[in-house]
Design a protein around this ligand. Structure first.
Ligand code: SF4
Length: 323
């Protein structure tokens, strides 16, 4: 089976059951992203591509770990031979750190507010990176919101980021932006930013993220492109919140025309959307094909990404990488 079809099916399967040798050193537990607060994930690679698979003992898919990362993914009669990838922090080849593990907002699809995680101190973040520095190519920073977006941005910009320049690695940052966020992050030599527009339409945004302002996020994106460069600004667009394909395509067009690379993220039905349906593999492939054409038309190349999700590719079908 071709990779894009297999990955689309794996992304919608809701995880894998793991058997065989222990997988502790290959397991990531997330405090952000689609797997936040779940039972952990592994990253499976067929040698050229990667997919993040949540651990789910009820899944019809089985992954057999034979030891030393050698793994077989069993899907009915089909067996896909590959490797479990080593993890930096959260994902392979990066230290992707959630600074504040709680959030004062209540977006319906997001489990972070209920996790009530704590805020990491600067020394703790530095120590975490030092422990994996020989296994990573990038540092990515994300954060919930402890009290306000302004306070969070201050903490990241004054306490955390100045401590990270010593590693001489590209830094990506994804936080809830204020008006000043793009210029502050640029002044701190951040390489790439991701501000998530999340929904294909304004109406779905108001419904799912009632306390946030979509136009402020959009402004942060367009302000960021001249600073960080076309193709080094990213935005998650969730697929599966009730939008039509046409609305997703319009969102892709709007972002790519502005020089922003969309990350089309299949809905993980958790938090307030537990029980919602995941998008089908056919839909993911259809939208990824449109996404690939839009990126090509705007000369945006996901292969040039240095940090965060477009480099990782674990959770999405990424044009130029998966198809
Ligand atoms: S694609 Fe993004 S959210 Fe998913 S595992 Fe990779 S870094 Fe984490």
């Amino acid at each position: 089976m071709e990779w894009k079809r297999l990955k689309a099916e794996l992304l919608t399967a809701g995880g894998v059951r793991v058997e065989g040798a222990p997988i502790d050193r290959y397991t990531s537990s997330s405090s952000a992203g689609p797997g936040a607060g779940g039972g952990g994930s592994v990253f499976f690679s067929d040698g050229n591509h990667r997919v993040r698979l949540s651990l789910n003992q009820k899944s019809p898919l089985t992954l057999i770990h034979q030891g030393d990362g050698d793994a077989r993914l069993c899907r009915g009669d089909e067996v896909i031979v590959g490797k479990l990838e080593a993890i930096g922090l959260h994902c392979p080849r990066q230290a992707y750190i959630t600074v504040t593990g709680s959030c004062s907002f209540q977006c319906r699809y997001c489990p972070v507010p209920s996790l009530e995680g704590r805020r990491k101190a600067p020394g703790e973040v530095v120590a975490m990176i030092e422990a994996v520095v020989d296994q990573i190519d990038a540092i990515s920073i994300t954060s919930g919101v402890h009290s306000t977006c302004e306070e969070e941005e201050d903490y990241i910009c004054t306490e955390i980021l100045p401590q990270l320049q010593r590693f001489h690695l590209p830094i990506g940052v994804s936080i809830y932006p204020t008006e000043k966020t793009p210029s502050r992050l640029h002044a701190l030599e951040v390489a790439e930013v991701k501000f998530n527009i999340e929904t294909a339409t304004e109406e779905l945004f108001s419904l799912n993220c009632p306390d946030l302002n979509r136009s402020a996020i959009w402004k942060a994106l367009t302000d960021s492109v001249p600073l960080f460069g076309r193709g080094h600004v990213f935005s998650n667009l969730i697929v599966g919140l009730g939008e039509s394909d046409q609305e997703v395509c319009a969102g892709i067009d709007e972002l790519t025309r502005a020089g922003v690379i969309p990350c089309l993220r299949p809905l993980n039905p958790v938090a307030g959307l537990t029980g919602a349906e995941r998008p089908t593999p056919e839909r993911l492939i259809r939208l990824a094909t449109y996404h690939a054409r839009a990126l090509e038309r705007e000369h945006l190349d996901p292969n040039l990404a240095l940090t965060m999700c477009t480099t990782c590719t674990g959770c999405d079908l990424v044009p130029g990488r998966d198809l």
